[in-house]
Design a protein around this ligand. Sequence first.
Ligand code: ZN
Ligand code: ZN
Length: 355
Amino acid sequence: MLKNRRSGLETFFEEYDLDAILITDIRNIRYLCGFSGSEGALLMSRGEAWFLCDSRYTAQASSEVQGATVRECSARLETLRNMAVENGLKRIGFEASHTSVSAFRKISEELTGIELVELGPVLDDVRICKDSSEIELLSTVAKLASQSLVSILHFVKPGVKESEIALELEFEMRRRGADGRAFDFIVASGLRGAMPHGRASDKAIRSGELITIDFGAVKDAYHSDETVTIACGEPGSREREIHAIVKTAHDLAIERVKPGLKCKELDAVARDYITERGFGEYFGHGLGHGVGLDIHEKPTLSPRSDAVLKEGMVITIEPGIYIPGFGGVRIEDTLVVTADGYQILTSADKQLLVI
Ligand code: ZN
Ligand code: ZN
């Protein structure tokens, strides 16, 4: 499995005429060699790979790392330089988007005689389509998060603070085996619902308000992402109307998901419907994004995205309407693109639930 992932990098050796690629982003390291710790570096030549770590991680790396030789080192850059000389590695590509300016200066100073080649986010393109083991992990974490939400909904009532709902949800996820939350949950009630990223605050829920809850868990490094908008007590007719429009836009977009469709065309399905119903100006963000080892990954689903859906992509569909001075609604599911359509991974009910 990991060997297949690495073969995705072969084209970059050719394209950039490289002798080796140095991976320093910890998620990319995990993706390529299985190491789950928080620090290390992976050096890959065309035929070999080495994982470099300090003594804190040697035992862990020895049991986790697959397809790479573990090398403990106290001065990593010095070791890297020696390895490059020993193995005749003259042109080494590095992950520019994961390297700070100061780190780059230091690497350049230490790796004298080696040509450092700035690589774009090459792993983002390799990671964009998930393999079967990743889809299984994404499916497991999505299910865990959905079930956690459903089991704490009884906790939502007038007088309860948004922050208390967020805390209860995180606790439930951890109780069910999550490693943690995927991001700071959004719990935005009443007028705060107009903020697409309204993090849970100390505001108390009032009867009749809509509450947008955007949540996700992380387990074994994979994330889930899902949003429900529910009502605490009977909502007004405008609240119901907006919820129904967002729900229909969400459903229409999901029905269209299949390989070959451009992401901007999918975005347009939801956006055109919301616009036809007179709320286009209140849907300011893109329709969705990829999910995996990061909560936001490629592809981006927006009016400007030329990316094309492919089998194995895991994406969110999350249209919303946000009206300043009134409130808002967002509905989000995460799904995997299959050979002939899609499979939804998140499972909380998206109908307007009145509690
Ligand atoms: Zn979300
Ligand atoms: Zn999302």
